[in-house]
Ligand binder design. Structure first.
Ligand SMILES: Cc1cc2nc3c(=O)[nH]c(=O)nc-3n(C[C@H](O)[C@H](O)[C@H](O)COP(=O)(O)O)c2cc1C
Length: 227
């Protein structure tokens, strides 16, 4: 019952995002400023193994396959609080031979921070604060990359604010950014366009919602369609 309610909520969020269109980031910010419903439990979070919702995993970037000169020109950058986006990012890196880098929050997100049933908890408060810019612990260099896959979960219909911190603190000139996201059911909405506006440099494509269980063949088709 709760799952049905959640799915309905997320579908409503997705439809609302589609209706609004991608004309302006302020529409995004204002829709995030006042979430009108309470997610209960994300379906994909339950299907993915429960992981410590703390992005303190191995140092990044990790080397994947390389170009002949020893360095890939593609990079997969992701933020993942509970592991779902990480899994998709790792598959994309494996399929493309891209390097992999994780955006690690300076202040890790605890389970309580992610409890969207309580609107006073950190992640929801951040999403309700358009200019919130959570600090990033690690340096991720974009030097030498011409393609950046950028992955994140959907939080209240938007990219987590730490993605704004990331795009605003990097120069994407000469880089094509291919955003992707995971969610409990909501679509990607205008999150790619919004991040592109915040970055102010580079070419940001629209974002695609990908599932944790995406097959390699489907992921490859998506990659081919974006490159
Ligand atoms: C604060 C918060 C808000 C969320 N808001 C949404 C939402 O609006 N729509 C949706 O489908 N899923 C929402 N979710 C679920 C996540 O998008 C989903 O579980 C995602 O796959 C988690 O990715 P991760 O494991 O990489 O962090 C939310 C999760 C959290 C913690």
């Amino acid at each position: 019952m709760k799952t049905k309610k959640l799915v309905s909520l997320f579908l409503i969020l997705a439809l609302a995002a589609m209706c609004v269109g991608c004309g302006s980031s302020s529409a995004q910010a204002s829709s995030a400023a006042a979430p009108t419903a309470e997610p209960e439990k994300a379906p994909e979070s339950t299907s993915a193994p429960e992981q410590d919702p703390v992005s303190t995993s191995q140092p990044e970037p990790e080397k994947a396959a390389s170009e002949p000169d020893g360095k890939s020109t593609s990079l997969v950058v992701y933020f993942s609080a509970t592991g779902t986006t990480r899994g998709v990012a790792e598959k994309i890196a494996a399929l493309t031979g891209a390097d992999l880098a994780e955006i690690i929050p300076a202040e890790p997100y605890t389970s309580e921070d992610l409890n969207y049933s309580d609107r006073s908890t950190r992640a929801t408060v951040e999403q309700n604060t358009a200019d919130a810019r959570p600090e990033i612990a690690n340096d991720i260099s974009l030097d030498g990359y011409t393609t950046v896959y950028l992955g994140y979960p959907i939080w209240w219909g938007q990219a987590p604010r730490i993605l704004s911190t990331f795009v605003e603190s990097h120069d994407f000139t000469g880089i094509t950014v291919i955003p992707f996201c995971t969610s409990g059911g909501s679509g990607a909405g205008c999150t790619g366009e919004t991040l592109g506006e915040q970055a102010g440099t580079g070419t940001f494509l629209s974002s695609t919602r990908l599932s944790a269980g995406e097959s390699d063949a489907d992921l490859q088709s998506w990659i081919d369609s974006r490159t």
